[in-house]
Ligand binder design. Structure first.
Ligand code: ADP
Length: 171
């Protein structure tokens, strides 16, 4: 059985990620999307929220499983008995880091290969960080994320802004 793990922060998932999920799921028997608990990043959505959002937007994809993990992607892939890691490449700026990471992973885990999918051109510019930035300033994000994700972002931003307002008032 061919299995691949697609690891990432998915904070939150965008149409760019979904395009990679759909295309890589077509290459294997099972695709496991690994949502990373990264202690070095300060995510907008909690790990549980990111998993929940992904579950919702991939519910029509039969061979896609959503899991969370901490630590190294190769250890998670081994735990899942996956032979491949999937990563997306948007531009040359992704390439340096991704190549280095893939080579390091290959040294540490000879049995696991990294598969790179180049982005579909319409999503080449798209990243979770720009989506969050546009949303923070009240911009329309409907072209970047599915409707349920856009709603989750709006709710989260309203909660964050409300919390900031309360803190400012009490200062
Ligand atoms: P990370 O924190 O690991 O960069 P991300 O959630 O930002 O996690 O991205 C996970 C993977 O998805 C990375 O390989 C990234 O290059 C890829 N990716 C993100 N956005 C896009 C996009 N628009 N098109 C193709 N791949 C993408």
């Amino acid at each position: 059985m061919k299995k691949a793990v697609y690891p990432g922060s998915f904070d939150p998932v965008t149409y760019g990620h979904l395009d990679v999920i759909r295309r890589s799921a077509a290459l294997v028997d099972e695709l496991i999307v690994g949502v990373l608990q990264n202690n070095h990043k300060n995510p907008l959505f909690s790990l549980e929220e990111r998993v929940k959002i992904l579950l919702e937007v991939t519910k029509d994809m039969n061979n896609v499983r959503i899991e969370s993990f901490t630590g190294l992607s190769i250890d998670f892939a081994r735990k899942c008995e996956a032979q491949f890691l999937v990563r997306g490449l948007r531009a040359i700026t992704d390439f340096d880091y991704e190549l280095q990471m893939a080579q390091t992973n290959r040294i540490m885990a000879r049995e696991i290969d990294t598969i790179f999918l180049t982005t579909s051109l319409e999503y080449a510019y798209l990243s979770s960080s720009t989506v969050k930035e546009v949303a923070f300033y009240g911009g329309d994000i409907s072209q970047f994320v599915p409707p349920s994700v856009a709603e989750a972002i709006s709710r989260k931003i309203m909660a964050v802004q409300e919390a900031n307002r309360v803190t400012c008032k009490s200062n």
